[in-house]
Design a protein. Sequence first.
Length: 409
Amino acid sequence: MKDKETNKKIKEKQKRIVTKGLPKTLALLLLPVFLLQILVVCAPSTYFLSLLLTYFILPMFYTVEKRLRFAVSGIGKDNFSYKDGYDSFFGGVQGGIFGVIFVIIEAFLVGILCYFLVSLASVSIINCFEGANDVYQHMIEMMSSPNASMNELMEYLMSEGHLLIQPLTVIVGLVVFIPELLIVFYFLNTNLDDHYLCTIVLPDIDKNISASQARSICRSSFGRPIRNKRLSISLGMNWPYYLAFTIFYGVILYVCSFITSSNIMLLPLIVMIAPTISLFFGMFLDYFCLGNEYAVLEVISGDLVNLLPLPMQESISRTYNDPHYNHGEESAIRGAFIPPRSYDSHDFGNNSFRATDRGFNPSGFESGGTYQPKDSSDDSSKEDEQPTGVVIDLSSQEKKKDTDKGDKK
């Protein structure tokens, strides 16, 4: 009965993904995906250095992600633009929200494993194409012969190597498939899911620590109890998208295996056609997969209140109610994740939080979720207070504030 109710709530959240702003959001996804395709196509020719430029198009993906968050949660700006994305991404602490560096490392390690597995069948693949096996065997003989020079090998490759384009297209496509599938649908989504869950448990966490820190806190602590449930429900909802991507990738790779050219210099471009076209298709599919995962998190995150041990609940509550914790729109709408309990006044320090039916809301938020900035004079009385029992160390911000105050004097 509980599962039916959970699924019903998730479906209600899913409906929010398909909004009137969906066409514009998908249109905003076109440019970064197209630019990413160019970088991927150029990767073999540039020794993969072109992938470093991915960082400069991440704010565009961040813009799309923020619009998706608004569609699911209703928090944020419905008209979040590229300008907003670049300002927030580079001007704030959102640069690590995707965890791209670790994603590339993980995909590279998976790619090496796939390479060794596909290499076991490489000879069989080469034999499927006329003339390719003769060129391959002759090249092996030349490389193993002490009499053959490197110039002779290169001359032979330039004249006959074009016969290897078709089998190499298939081999490279098979090697890249699993890493690309994991990057698009798992590695990146897992990082974004961890960050999203952290914003549910600790609203406005981005105003206090970096996105990468938020992800790490969630993954290593309060995100664990519902991780398996999250993955299970998400897999049940998203498997049609995974299957569609797999079929599409297979069809495109099959079509590309018929591409031939007499110019061996086009080899790096031809072998990357199937992965790049599939990447375009996959990124749009993943928009809906990620939206489904956000919908799942919105619903099942409520289970954490009873699953988390009391010390961790205490830490989360103390962090949220710490006088140095910065609050904003998320705090006004979501309120405290851990329900209010009866604490002595010295447990949290002399802060300005009040108990409501939604939890502890910061003073400065009026009914209806409207945030009214507090008078700066209210903060001056708290400058000497120290946070106690927190998950996140916010004391460094207070030290910086005291230093700045001393400098002004």
